[in-house]
Write a protein that binds this ligand. Structure first.
Ligand SMILES: Nc1ncnc2c1ncn2[C@@H]1O[C@H](COP(=O)(O)OP(=O)(O)O)[C@@H](O)[C@H]1O
Ligand SMILES: [Mg+2]
Length: 376
């Protein structure tokens, strides 16, 4: 049997753990015509959740679902080209004359067809150059979407990317179409909180107050441990509850790291997975990542590296200027805050907000666990 722990993409409902409340909430939003902005830390499961949601919207609620990831777009023109490509690919999916349909519909934007080498899906690139072309091509596409017999769900992943364009009117443009199209619901998803929130929470921005917000958290312990147990036993393997407990403690239930460790443990040629297997794997992972982790010492200043290491050793920190912290780790208190700001900006440290203020921890869990145990 193939490895049931997916670490690159959505593997289908049988290999998906929980998220029932989240899916129910997102289905409820979509079917009641409310668009949503979904955010969380990286690798916690946003993209997986979107795929799972759209799978259910398609099979149970007869939606036409469109998904696009805009991480590699750098302008409104590129965004719109990608957006339209995703829409027509889905709308014309089952039609034998797809190419000629697209050509007659979008011919003026000189569509170029290719096959995505990774997914095997047809890809369409459009030559959109001006604001006028953006408006006209989008207008035509939304007309097409509005004609659909099925309700439509459009998920735009890594949406914070539009905050990196030199200038953008995408948010204003999409806002206009959201309010005009009752059969189209959108989901905006991303992980850079400050960028994403500034698009949605700034009263001066067009998206302000127009979409519901949802943060994704870790999968609950009981659900994850039951899932891990089930996946091993379905494959004719067994794993002790103690081992599962240790995995979830070590990965802090962060989805990607949990999936990754389980994937590697499952891949061992063993019927019974024991505590010693987990301990060996942890050392193995450190060994494999060591070169990358060691290179941070060269990239960062001494003080930045020391702050990073100290945060890892503490697991999490509320203030890097606190005397107890700087003294314990021999950190120059004058530059501690500056180092922290740099590490947060580079996404090496994650800033978690709660009612008591900010809490900081090392973003990459494997790096955090590695730093915890180094002496240099
Ligand atoms: N509920 C889940 N059950 C099992 N695997 C999941 C689940 N959610 C996400 N994953 C897997 O974990 C990995 C990281 O999740 P991903 O959705 O890519 O995170 P994000 O989009 O937040 O960065 C992916 O390989 C994904 O398939
Ligand atoms: Mg993602």
């Amino acid at each position: 049997m193939d490895n049931p722990f997916f670490i690159q993409q959505y593997g289908g409902p049988e290999y998906f753990c929980d998220r029932e409340d989240e899916v129910a909430r997102l289905v409820e939003s979509a079917t009641n015509h409310r668009s949503v902005m979904l955010h969380s830390m990286r690798r916690l499961g946003k993209t997986g959740l979107i795929q799972h949601l759209q799978q259910q919207l398609t099979t149970r609620h007869k939606y036409t679902c469109i998904y696009l990831d805009v991480l590699d777009t750098e302008s409104d023109e590129a965004f719109v080209s990608q957006f339209i490509s995703a829409c027509v690919r889905q709308l014309y999916k089952d039609q034998s004359n797809m190419l000629s349909k697209v050509t007659s519909f979008l011919g003026r934007y000189k569509p170029k067809f290719s096959i995505d080498t990774i997914t095997g899906n047809p890809a369409i690139e459009l030559d959109i150059q001006s604001q006028q072309e953006i408006d006209m091509s989008l207008e035509a596409t939304f007309d097409l979407l509005r004609e659909s017999k099925h309700p439509i769900h459009i998920a735009i992943d890594e949406f914070q990317q539009i905050g990196q364009y030199s200038s953008t009117r995408i948010d204003a443009t999409l806002r206009k179409y959201i309010s005009q199209s009752d059969n189209i619901q959108m989901l905006f998803s991303g992980s850079q909180r400050h960028l994403l929130l500034s698009l949605f929470n700034d009263p001066k921005k067009p998206m302000f107050g127009s979409v519901e917000q949802m943060e994704l958290y870790e999968i609950p312990y009981a659900k994850y441990s039951e899932f891990i147990n089930l996946m091993f036993s379905k494959g004719g393997k067994s794993i002790d509850d103690r081992v599962i407990h240790n995995i979830l403690k070590w990965t802090k239930s962060h989805t990607f790291y949990t999936q990754y460790i389980c994937n590697r443990l499952y891949a061992l040629d063993k019927d019974v997975v024991e505590e010693v297997d987990l301990l060996r794997l942890q050392q193995q992972v450190f060994k494999e990542m060591q070169m990358t982790f060691l290179s941070y010492k060269n990239i960062l200043s001494k003080n930045q590296y020391e702050v990073l290491k100290a945060i890892a050793k503490e697991t999490s920190v509320r203030s890097v200027r606190a005397k107890a912290f700087t003294t314990k780790y021999g950190i120059a208190s004058s530059t501690a805050q500056q180092s922290l700001d740099y590490l947060v900006d580079k996404e090496m440290v994650y800033e978690k907000l709660d009612e008591n203020g900010s809490e900081y921890f090392v973003y990459d869990l494997f790096l955090s666990r590695w730093l915890e145990q180094v002496n240099h």
